[in-house]
Design a protein around this ligand. Sequence first.
Ligand code: NAP
Length: 251
Amino acid sequence: MILEKFNLRGKIALVTGANTGLGQGICVALAEAGAMVAGAARRGCEETASLIAPGQFHAIPADLLESNAHETIVAETLARYGRIDILVNNAGIIRRNDIADFTEQDWDDVMQVNLKSLFLLSQAAARQMIARQSGGKIINIASLLSFQGGIRVPSYAASKSGVRGLTMEMANELAPHGIQVNAVAPGYMVTNNTEQLRADPLRSRQILERIPAGRWGVPADIAGACVFLASAASDYVTGITLPVDGGWLGR
Ligand code: NAP
């Protein structure tokens, strides 16, 4: 039955950036599809927990700017649930400035959270998937700037293009182990990440005019793509970056 293939009952998912925005929407969607969800974030995940059935969500406080955070997150997930079937690398930050004024710190922080920690978490999750010979799913949250350059966001553009390349690389290496690695590239979504853009009347109007769907996205819009890529329905899909952008890239 095709619908059964989308069912995540009995699966253990780990989602980073779980307390708000897209990460919160992903946690809720995976839980609704049946998974037990471990959610990592710096700030508390109480709001996310309140949207999920009691006992189906476990919060892990962690700061991905700290060099060993990935080890803590994976160790705590394994201690709680015994394994990881689905990893969603969602946590991400953006820093905006002109190239001439862009600081090394803004380069390093964005690369650390968006790209380096994504690799280290994927590596740790893949190690235990390989050891258990269970297969698994890794989903990276990319961006339109995995395909385009953007403006005033050099470290973000570099990190998100890196996410797309790394998604393909990991897909190639992990396919023989039954692990599919894919990415979702959200368009312009209403979250903290785009607060500055939405507060700028000119940029906000320009962006909206270019979205064929005629509206900004919301966290629930990427839920279907994530559940699909987390489920057996996508077992022959690997290495792709799937835009969920209201048609932006096609325009
Ligand atoms: P958001 O509302 O700003 O959420 C970002 C999440 O990442 C938060 O949960 C945040 O936790 C977590 N995070 C940031 N720094 C962290 C750190 N050092 N350690 C641990 N967690 C950290 O943004 P969002 O829009 O939901 O973004 C989610 C993902 O989608 C990001 O990768 C972003 O680049 C990507 N994306 C967003 C859009 C968009 O339009 N919104 C478009 C394309 C791609 P804290 O709150 O605790 O810091």
